[in-house]
Ligand binder design. Structure first.
Ligand SMILES: Nc1ncnc2c1ncn2[C@@H]1O[C@H](COP(=O)(O)OP(=O)(O)O)[C@@H](O)[C@H]1O
Ligand SMILES: [Mg+2]
Length: 265
């Protein structure tokens, strides 16, 4: 199962949701791979902390290494698994991002490498029970590669009116990509993040989305300072604070996703 977390708006919770759902799955025994396609590398940082740039030459590592070897000589090609790192967490693996992804993008695009991630994941799929892909806040080469490679997409929504406007554009982009490249891609649902039940606007926004026929997960994620602490400590919530309310919401969301995927299968 390959799931991409995508919204072209930044700060809506893509990285938090990718890492925490993946960490929960791993803690429940699923062998889980996280792929960090955002050049900012927040997911990489969250799961493994600071990276020693000398020890890990950027262009040979992770996602950058995987894409780099699709350009040029075929002889030296390594198995996609050689770009995967262990994390401190059992069952949780990471294909890290790197700063060189930005400078590589034009060449990859002009050489039509948009299907290369899909090809790599087809090879990796047998090694992992779950693959989660975090994306940049753009509809660019990397997020398109992810949407082409994935079986399913979830869309974080952070309950502000601007987020809603961009949601329509996002849904159009996903629909176009499905039509052009990946008709099998399943829009599993919208994940309501940073929900404030006390305020009126968020509840109204969510109701309207549902009325418009968008699939919305019934578990909402609240705002909590624990999330910032979790990023700062490089520890997903299930490790840092297993009984915290936000962690419990994440567990419920994970269960809902798994249940829905079982039913769809
Ligand atoms: N449920 C939450 N409660 C509080 N803060 C959150 C929550 N989800 C995300 N955040 C914070 O919001 C910011 C953006 O989240 P992030 O996951 O990095 O979004 P994105 O990857 O979409 O840019 C981060 O500082 C993160 O700690
Ligand atoms: Mg992010």
């Amino acid at each position: 199962m390959k799931r991409v977390v995508f919204n072209q708006k930044g700060g809506v919770g893509k990285t938090s949701i990718t890492c925490n759902l993946a960490a929960i799955g791993a803690s429940l025994g699923y062998r889980t791979l996280v792929i960090d396609l955002d050049v900012q590398g927040n997911t990489t940082h969250y799961l493994v902390g600071e990276i020693d740039a000398e020890q890990f030459p950027a262009e040979a590592q992770g996602v950058a290494g995987l894409f780099k070897q699709t350009v040029g000589s075929r002889k030296m090609r390594q198995n996609p698994d050689s770009f995967v790192w262990e994390t401190p967490y059992e069952n949780l693996f990471l294909m890290p991002s790197s700063p060189v992804l930005t400078s590589m993008e034009k060449e990859l695009e002009s050489r039509y490498k948009i299907y290369k991630l899909r090809d790599a994941l087809v090879k990796l799929e047998s090694e992992y029970d779950r693959i989660y892909i975090d994306t940049p806040p753009n509809f660019n080469f990397y997020s398109k590669s992810a949407l082409i490679a994935a079986d399913a997409v979830v869309v974080p929504f952070d309950c502000d009116t601007f987020a809603r406007q961009s949601l329509y554009a996002l849904m159009d982009n996903i629909a176009e990509l499905q039509e052009d490249h990946n008709p099998e891609l399943d829009l599993e649902g919208i994940i309501i993040n940073q929900f404030n039940a006390q305020a009126r606007l968020p509840s109204e926004l969510v109701e309207e989305l549902e009325e418009e026929g968008y699939p919305v997960f019934s578990t909402y994620l609240n705002t909590s300072v624990k999330m910032k602490e979790s990023h700062r400590e490089h520890r997903p919530l299930i490790d840092l604070a297993p009984s915290h309310k936000l962690t419990q919401q994440y567990l419920a969301l994970h269960a809902e996703l798994e249940e829905q995927a079982r039913e769809a299968a």
